[in-house]
Design a protein around this ligand. Sequence first.
Ligand code: SF4
Length: 478
Amino acid sequence: MTDVLSEHFKEQAAEALGNATIQESLDRLVNFRQGRVDAIAEYGQERWDALSQSAREIKRETLEHLDYYLDELSRNVERAGGHVFFARDAAEANEYVAKVAADNGVKTVIKSKSMVSEEMGIADVLEAMGIEPVETDLGEYIIQLAREAPYHIIAPALHKSKEEVSELFERILGTPAESDITALAGVARKVLREKFLEADMGMTGANFGVAETGTIVMVTNEGNGRMCSSLPRVHVATMGMERVIPRLRDVATYLPLLTRSATGQRISSYVSFVTGPRRSGEEDGPQEFHLVILDNGRSRMLADPELREALYCIRCGACLNACPVYGKVGGHAYGWVYPGPIGAVVTPSLVGVPKAKDLPFASTLCGACRDVCPLKIDIPRMLLKLRSDAVEGPPETRVPRSVESLMMRAWRKTVAGPRLFTLAGKVTSAAQWPLSRQGVLRWLPPPLSGWTRTRDFPRAAMRPFRARWRKDGGSRGG
Ligand code: SF4
């Protein structure tokens, strides 16, 4: 599984906040936001809400009978001539893919963007076997060359400027410096064309797995998904187990929600439907088709009535674009494959709260993520649940008590009775004197210093409210 660096969220966020290039890149999120707003306006809010509601209903029904639909999907893939492997975790999934590659004497694997294969960390496994894995989505290719993790669910190289990409291509591919984006894409296209032709195996994700027909559906804008699934001899698709949908007609519900929420497009440039390997008489397509269905902690989420809703996610990325925290700290701060508000729910759920204890707290709980989500997933509610688990949940999910939680306990005791509360007010008024300037505190000593590192703290009132109430408002009987 890809390394989890979420424990370092605070340091990574601080680094991003101080990085001017990253802050400039994050300003581009405004284009996604506007695209989504325009696309929904064009579709009609009422129709959109009705579509969202149907999509929620389908997900609810599917997850309630997930075993049934996964079984149906598996039977239909096999009926079409494909192989299905249910992987309990990333290690099992990697082992299976590695065996398929070894059995077929694979030297080069071309990959289309897939968050599940990122989650598995399959590229490292293939490399260790001496097999060359090549990302073929332009954004993914750029970050593969830079040996970085994706930055955004739908725009993996959002944080890279064209100058940085040019420098990267110059350094690694030996191409001349180039400042034109189309020309840079041309450089990548030229290199990738060769890889498409020489690869023996293609790996793709699956936006949806249709139980009724055993079809996987891939939504892409560059056409690379269709090349990865049709050119090489072997095609391996990976999907999270929640990606199954019951019927082919359900694609018509999810597709407009996905593309309009993600980029504001009515439909993406390519929507590919793959059902099994090439059949006799067909001109193209792989000779072998494998579908790897990954659990990796999803069963745990499914069993938790408060977190199950996170499995409704269709990975459109709209919640990232709307989130004020993601908009300042960017994708790498989250330290794993899934960034932003949905990542703050999915990561602790999949890798364990102790490894990602800060993520549920990386939110203002403003609700913007829930408002833009096409599935109306209640992310803030789940973040609160994870916060509560982190502080007072079962011992296996609880994180060690921090100074902050001890202070919260002290605060609870203080406000529980008038005497202690009045005394605390007096002590605070006296203690803040040396630190206060023009009605604010610019600096607080540790362990409170985090509050004032990037903002001022309002000074406590010199005359407490209760004293004023007694003297003024209270005496008028109001
Ligand atoms: S949680 Fe909702 S908005 Fe965020 S990626 Fe998933 S479907 Fe899109």
